[in-house]
Design a protein around this ligand. Structure first.
Ligand code: COA
Length: 375
């Protein structure tokens, strides 16, 4: 057996390190984002959610018949059984929605009747929306909301999330925000999914690990934290003062900053326009937009850090009448498609992901019996 080569030491957080080749998507520091080679703006203005999900999963835009059978496959698998809802309910009213979804996805790993890999993946993709929409209500004892057979994927999620009636424009905005959340190269949760996939564990295991990674406020949890901040701020004129207090206390400002985008996040730019347009079309109160705009300007002036997708997706969800604890679940309902694309790419050319570490601890210590140890 060959001697192992000396380990290569990499920067903390693997910042700026390429750990795999991928054909799925590419974010660039210049503010561009491609899904399978297509610029995100091109897709957001011309394609639908199901079409984009198909593209990200397979690498090709679907023909009409392929799109119909993909959409039908999702519809057929969207039903979540009473056993899974029962497990969600058992977690009780204080349960965090992402914990609820993660537990439900783990349960599906044992309960789901799908036999083959494509069926399991499609079942997860279809059910994630239903789990997301019910992740806050079912543990509180409310009855589950279910999808309708005749609705588009994003319209269905929206009608399960809120009973507030949305206009056609608002529904299209929600669909596009979901498309922007669908995939983002090697973000923390997709990397987590790939690590689990590399052990050849099933997609339920990989998706539950992805959900665990998504929960944190530095990743998926940022949209809820950003909304909390906007609601606390209340007055646009207080943005500068608010930020100075955060900097003084060493707090990160949620919804700002990105590992790749240092000038601007293209998804945030698109969503900023959508937010303005939603409020403008309604007429009247545009405080939410003014709050965002003044925080963005003050943050750029103070630190040259731009807002990310979460910062502008959150107020869009808020203006659509969606409760804040459901924002990270919406992210999950969309990103599951990206996760499965990464799962497939990983297992398609697999090597177990098992890095090394540089040991900086002590060595050669002698065991001390418990009665002789210093207090
Ligand atoms: N608020 C305040 N300062 C921030 C910041 C934020 N949101 N994001 C980055 N910074 C500062 C860091 O404190 C650091 O300053 P320093 O060099 O003086 O120590 C510098 O900018 C570089 O940031 P760093 O955390 O090293 O960048 P990163 O690439 O590791 O982190 C994030 C990227 C996303 C984790 C980080 O920007 C962040 O925590 N953002 C808030 C959470 C969020 O919105 N997450 C969603 C991401 S899509």
């Amino acid at each position: 057996m060959k001697d192992a080569p000396d380990p290569v030491k990499l920067p903390k957080g693997l910042a700026g390190v390429s750990v795999t080749d991928t054909r799925i998507s590419k974010s660039d520091p210049d503010g561009s984002l491609l899904y399978r080679g297509y610029p995100i703006l091109e897709l957001a203005t011309k394609a639908g959610f199901e079409e984009t999900a198909y593209l990200v999963l397979t690498g090709k835009l679907p023909t009409r018949s392929k799109l119909e059978s993909f959409t039908e496959g999702l519809r057929e698998r969207a039903e979540v059984g009473p056993k899974v809802f029962g497990i969600m309910r058992e977690l009780g009213q204080d349960a965090n929605p992402i914990d609820v979804i993660r537990t439900a996805v783990s349960a599906l790993g044992s309960i789901d009747a799908e036999k083959d890999l494509p069926g399991k993946q499609m079942s997860l993709e279809a059910k994630m929306s239903v789990l997301a929409a019910n992740s806050h209500r079912v543990p509180r004892g409310d009855s589950p909301r279910t999808p309708k057979k005749d609705l588009r994927f994003s319209d269905n999620l929206l009608q399960m999330l809120t009973t507030k009636e949305a206009t056609e424009y608002e529904r299209r905005v929600f669909e596009r925000v979901m498309m922007l959340y669908l995939e983002h190269d090697l973000n923390a949760s997709s990397f987590t999914v790939r690590v689990v996939a590399s052990t050849l564990a099933d997609p339920y295991a990989a998706a539950s690990a992805g959900l665990a990674s998504l929960k944190g406020p530095l990743h998926g949890g940022a949209n809820e934290a950003a909304m909390g901040m906007l609601l606390d701020l209340k007055e646009p004129a207080k943005a500068g003062e608010f930020l100075r207090a955060a900097f003084k206390e060493g707090r990160k400002v949620m919804g700002f900053g990105h590992r790749v985008y240092k000038q601007f996040d293209p998804r945030a730019r698109i969503c900023k326009e959508y937010l303005w347009e939603i409020l403008n079309r309604r007429g009247g109160d545009d405080t939410l937009y003014q709050l965002c705009d003044s925080l963005e300007a003050e943050m750029w002036r103070a630190k040259r850090i731009p807002p990310n997708l979460d910062f502008y997706a959150a107020p869009i969800f808020y203006s659509l009448g969606i409760e804040v604890p459901l924002y990270t679940p919406i992210f999950a309902a969309s990103r599951i498609f990206g996760w499965m694309a990464h799962y497939n790419e990983q297992v398609g050319d697999n090597k177990l992901i098992r890095p090394d570490s540089t040991y900086v601890g002590r060595s050669g210590l002698k065991y001390v019996p418990i009665e002789e140890r210093e207090p």
